[in-house]
Design a binder for this molecule. Structure first.
Ligand code: DHB
Ligand code: MG
Length: 218
């Protein structure tokens, strides 16, 4: 399945700044053999997340959407040794794969994988946390933002992947159909995060779009 086509520019950045080690390569191989490669973030995006985690003094992260743990591993590696990433996955096969792949890594002690529906699991999870990384079902993004606004600390980060929604935010058809609901939800998600009285934020126009917001209110 051709989820996206990285440009030479994206590949150049990844090759030069975000070399994958054997563990990241393993995750990518598993995704590829299960025809899910491309749903994961790109290497340069993983490196970018590491950089902002380090700059913003992030030590606790809630990730919504684990898939096989590719972004989880990039993020966990940027955390201090006492740091923690709690990562939710609603698909049992994905959850089991992520567990098998991540449990071999040197940062496994910082990783807390949880299986189930993120909306109900988040109901029971109370912050403050330093950062949310939202990368799950696109129709759920505003709900995840509601949770993040309550549970991410002031000056913490809220990051959403796929915020260009495969071109749908700009009327570009890249052949990935999305329900009308997901399009409406993503518009609202970006709109809310663009409020400069509440967030210091930007939509970085990566191939899929990644919206990065520092939460300015308590
Ligand atoms: C899909 C989901 C993602 O989070 C992504 O980055 C790419 C594709 C998908 O569901 O198709
Ligand atoms: Mg994504």
């Amino acid at each position: 399945m051709n989820w996206r086509e990285p440009t030479p520019e994206h590949d150049y950045s990844s090759r030069l700044f975000a070399q994958e080690d054997s563990y990241l390569k393993n995750i990518r191989e598993s995704l590829r053999s299960d025809k899910k490669e491309g749903i994961n973030i790109d290497p340069y995006e993983g490196r970018f997340l590491q950089l902002i985690i380090s700059i913003a003094n992030i030590s606790t992260v809630v990730e919504i959407g684990t898939l096989y743990g590719y972004s989880t591993l990039w993020i966990a590696r940027a955390l201090p040794s006492h740091g923690k990433i709690i990562s939710f996955e609603s698909n049992l096969e994905n959850y089991e794969k992520a567990k098998a792949l991540l449990s071999k890594t040197e940062v496994w002690s910082r990783v807390d994988l949880r299986f189930g529906d993120a909306h109900s699991l988040l109901n029971e999870l109370h912050g403050p946390f330093d950062m949310a990384f939202i990368d799950a079902n696109k129709s759920g993004y505003t709900g995840y933002l509601d949770w993040s606004e309550k549970n991410i600390r002031k000056d913490g980060l809220i990051v959403g992947d796929n915020t260009l929604l495969f071109g749908h935010m700009v009327g570009r058809d890249r052949g990935i159909e999305m329900p009308e609901r997901a399009i409406t939800v993503m518009r609202e998600f970006n709109q809310r995060l663009s409020d400069s009285s509440r967030y210091r934020s930007v939509l970085v126009p990566t191939l899929e779009g990644m919206t990065i917001a520092q939460k300015l209110f308590v």
